[in-house]
Design a protein around this ligand. Structure first.
Ligand code: SF4
Length: 319
C-alpha cells in the first residue's frame, strides 16, 4: 500500500486578476508527495511551476489569487490556515530554497547572521546559541564554520547556494521546495550541489518538490516526475518510466531536446514554436499548435489527465 502523502495538492487553480480579465496560470493541478519522496516538477519557463510552489506556501501576492483546489500538509488544510498557523507552518514544516542565491541572500549581513535569524525568530534561543547551530548547519553543507563572518560576495556561487540550502534547513523541516536551485551555476557546481542535496536527503529523510526546466537534472534524483505545460499537468510517472517510455508528445519533445551523456550520438530535435500566451490559450489541447502528432480532435477537445499505464498518467488524446 502506498504511504499516506505528506503533501497533497488537489485541483489547485491560480489566476492572475488583470484589467482585461482573469488569466489562469495554474489549472487543476493535483499531485501527492510521500514522506522521503522527491517529486520533480518540470516544464518550460512560464509553465506555472514557481506559481505552484508559491501557492503551496501561501506566498502569492495580488494580482495572483488561489481560486480553487486544496493543499493538505500532514492532513492540515494549508489554504485554511490563519497568519499564526502559517507562521508555524513555514520554515518549521516546509521551507523554500530560492533560485538565485545572490538575490536570496542579504548583501549587508554575514552568513552567520542570516542563518541565525530564523532560528532566533522561531525557536527563541539566544544569538550565541543560534550562532552555534548556524555553524553546525554550515558544516552540514560542507562549508567551514570560519565562514560564519563572511558576507555573500566573499563566497563562490556554489557556496552561496549551499548557504541558502542551510538557511532553508535551519529548523529541520520535513519538506523542502527547491525552485531551480542550481540554475545560475556551471554544470560542475550544479552536479556537486545536487549530490549534496541527495546526501542530505538520505541523512535527514526530508521530502522534496524539485522544480526545474531541465529534465536532465532530475533524472537520477527524483522518485517521480510531473510535467507541466501552460499551467496544466501533461504527464506524471515514476522517473524511470518517464525517461524510458515517455507517453506525452510534449515530454517526448523535452527529452529530445538534450543530449544523452552515455547513449549514442543523435540529432537533437527540440520543440518547435513557443509556449502559448496564457491570456489567450489555444482551444482544445494547449500543446496542439506545437504537437507533431496532433489530429483534428486535439484542436477542440481538452484532454483529461488519466491513468494510461500503471502509475503513469497522461493528458493526451492518443491514449
Ligand atoms: Fe498532441 Fe493531441 Fe496529444 Fe495534445 S492531445 S499532445 S495535440 S496528440
Amino acid at each position: 500500500m502506498a504511504p499516506s502523502p505528506l503533501l497533497s495538492v488537489q485541483d489547485l487553480r491560480v489566476e492572475f486578476i488583470t484589467p482585461t480579465g482573469p488569466v489562469c496560470a495554474v489549472d487543476n493541478v493535483s499531485f501527492d508527495i510521500a514522506p522521503g519522496e522527491v517529486l520533480g516538477l518540470a516544464g518550460e519557463s512560464g509553465s506555472g511551476k514557481s506559481t505552484v510552489a508559491m501557492a503551496i506556501m501561501r506566498l502569492l501576492r495580488p494580482p495572483a489569487v488561489i481560486t480553487g483546489g486544496h493543499v493538505y500538509f500532514a492532513g492540515q488544510d494549508v489554504l485554511a490556515m490563519n497568519e499564526e498557523q502559517l507562521r508555524a507552518f513555514r520554515w518549521r514544516k516546509m521551507a523554500l530554497v530560492f533560485q538565485s542565491a545572490m538575490t536570496a541572500l542579504n548583501p549587508v549581513l554575514t552568513i552567520g547572521e542570516q542563518i541565525s535569524d530564523p532560528i532566533i525568530a522561531h525557536d527563541g534561543v539566544t544569538p550565541a546559541q543560534a550562532m552555534e547551530r548556524a555553524a553546525a548547519l554550515l558544516k552540514l553543507v560542507n562549508i567551514d564554520s570560519s565562514r560564519l563572518n563572511s558576507y555573500p560576495h566573499q563566497l563562490s556561487g556554489g557556496m552561496r547556494q549551499r548557504v541558502v540550502i542551510a538557511i532553508a534547513m535551519a529548523l529541520k523541516p520535513p519538506f523542502l521546495i527547491m525552485d531551480e536551485p542550481t540554475t545560475a551555476l556551471d554544470v560542475v557546481v550544479q552536479r556537486e550541489i545536487l549530490q549534496q542535496i541527495a546526501e542530505l536527503k538520505e541523512r535527514l529523510g526530508f521530502s522534496i518538490l524539485f522544480i526545474t526546466h531541465d529534465l536532465s537534472l532530475i533524472a537520477e534524483f527524483s522518485t517521480r516526475i510531473a510535467i507541466l505545460y501552460a499551467g496544466k499537468l501533461a504527464e506524471t510517472a515514476r522517473a524511470k518510466d518517464l525517461f524510458s517510455d515517455p507517453k506525452h508528445p510534449y515530454t517526448q519533445g523535452l527529452l529530445g531536446s538534450f543530449p544523452s551523456v552515455r547513449g549514442p550520438r543523435r540529432k537533437l530535435q527540440g520543440i518547435p514554436g513557443s509556449p502559448p500566451d496564457m491570456r489567450n490559450p489555444p482551444a482544445g489541447c494547449r500543446f496542439h499548435p506545437r504537437c507533431p502528432q496532433a489530429f483534428a480532435t486535439c484542436q477542440n477537445e481538452l484532454p483529461v489527465l488519466r491513468e494510461i499505464a500503471p502509475e503513469h498518467r497522461g493528458a493526451c488524446h492518443l491514449y
